[in-house]
Design a protein around this ligand. Structure first.
Ligand SMILES: [Zn+2]
Ligand SMILES: [Zn+2]
Length: 413
């Protein structure tokens, strides 16, 4: 089904990886191994976060259990490129989060959160090329698809395609979703949408209608109902993207944001809002969790002082303030509306934060959903290497420009 250019498809086969990933993430936060299902950039983010927590003398444990109230919502939004399809799977999970500081065994609470995972699969009819850069899921070494199928050069593990995909590219947590509140909120939203559409329609039909009064009112109610329901569906859809959340942080810029996103889409037809949301959130988390953001190859600036005590960042909304494209270099200025967990002077605080971030990419090639900094292909010599912390190819020494292949941060404030 396609509504307003957004694919709503059945992803019941992704319920299993979704639940498995929630379990693996719980194990990771319990001090265990990196989630096997996580894609390379997500693993990097989790590692950076753990390092940051450790440097602050903290330990965060999150255990996620299936919420008794509701199963994962399987019908969900997806976006794709030539090779991959990414699906956003959401559901409600009971999360118990405990954060311990080495000094005083501080504990946080249990909450029902909504947990959303972006799961990447191969498209049914696609076969990616053997030289596609990819990390070994076992040892993490940069490699290529062909090498991994033949046996990893470093650890020797052989992989079948079915073991490499699906992968979880990103996840989002929000703790403002309660089931009982959600359904009453839906009813309330629908009533509001209906009312704002029906009232003017009735007035319009009374003034301009050429039938009897009762018939005019009746026509107005029917027409208003249709418009109102469409409004409600639109609101629900954009709610999925985080474009209009429970409170309206950033919602006023939805239209201009979509305008700028379309501008990029003219150069790159495979670019999508959902992909961009994933990407900027990954970049923000990498920058904020790392000790020195400017050391990261994907970041050309340092992190602002006010972000130094963030131990977890979740996206509430995103708006695009401007987008300049010159010689195919796209500079986009965005505002991130975030829900962050801060730790400073021995205290935890949950805060709603706002950050301006500028990101850049050369949009000469279509979006590659499978791209990861951790395994890139050198355009000069063809070797694959880990580009997270280096700016030149370790094999031939030629400069590697990240913005040629993916978005980078040029400013955060
Ligand atoms: Zn390996
Ligand atoms: Zn090279």
């Amino acid at each position: 089904m396609n509504i307003f250019g957004v694919n709503i498809t059945d992803h019941s086969e992704l319920a299993a990886p979704y639940r498995k990933f929630a379990g693996q993430l719980s194990e990771w936060y319990g001090g265990g191994e990196l989630p096997e299902l996580a894609g390379q950039d997500l693993r990097f983010i989790l590692q950076l976060q753990r390092q940051k927590l450790q440097s602050m003398g903290l330990e965060m444990q999150c255990s996620m259990k299936k919420s008794g109230a509701k199963k994962a919502e399987i019908g969900s939004v997806s976006f794709s490129d030539r090779v991959f399809i990414n699906s956003i799977i959401g559901g409600n999970v009971d999360m118990t989060r405990s954060i311990y500081s080495s000094q005083d065994q501080r504990r946080k609470d249990t909450e029902v959160i909504s947990f959303e995972a972006v799961i990447q699969e191969l498209k049914a009819d696609s076969s990616p090329s053997a030289d596609m850069a990819l990390c070994c899921p076992h040892c993490g070494a940069p490699s290529t698809l062909g090498e991994l199928q033949a046996g990893c050069k470093y650890c020797g593990t052989k992989f079948l395609m079915s073991e490499l995909y699906p992968r979880v590219m990103n996840f989002f947590i929000s703790n403002d979703t309660d089931n009982s509140q959600k359904s009453s909120k839906n009813r309330r939203d629908m009533a509001v949408c209906m009312a704002i559409a029906i009232i003017p329609m009735v007035i319009f039909f009374i003034i301009s209608g050429n039938k009897g009064m009762t018939e005019n009112i009746f026509s107005g109610i029917i027409a208003g109902g249709i418009v109102g329901f469409s409004l409600f569906i639109l609101k629900k859809l954009f709610g999925v993207f985080g474009m209009m959340g429970r409170d309206a942080r950033g919602a006023g810029k939805t239209v201009s944001s979509l305008h700028y996103m379309n501008k990029i889409k003219k150069y790159d037809p495979e670019f999508s809002t959902e992909y961009f949301r994933d990407k900027v959130m990954s970049l923000f988390r990498m920058a904020v969790y790392s000790k020195d953001a400017s050391q990261l190859a994907c970041c050309k600036c340092s992190c602002p002082e006010k972000a130094a005590d963030i131990i977890e960042a979740d996206l509430h909304n995103l708006s695009v303030n401007s987008c300049k494209i010159k010689d195919r270099t796209c500079d986009t200025d965005i505002t991130l509306y975030l829900d962050c967990l801060h730790y400073s002077k021995g205290k935890f605080r949950r805060k709603t934060d706002k950050y301006r971030m500028c990101v850049r990419k050369r949009i000469k090639r279509p979006t590659e959903l499978g791209f990861s900094f951790a395994a890139v292909r050198c355009p000069s010599c063809g070797a694959s290497f880990d580009a997270r912390n280096v700016k030149t190819c370790p094999y031939c020494g030629s400069e590697y420009l990240h913005e040629e292949n993916d978005w980078i941060i040029t400013d955060i404030r």
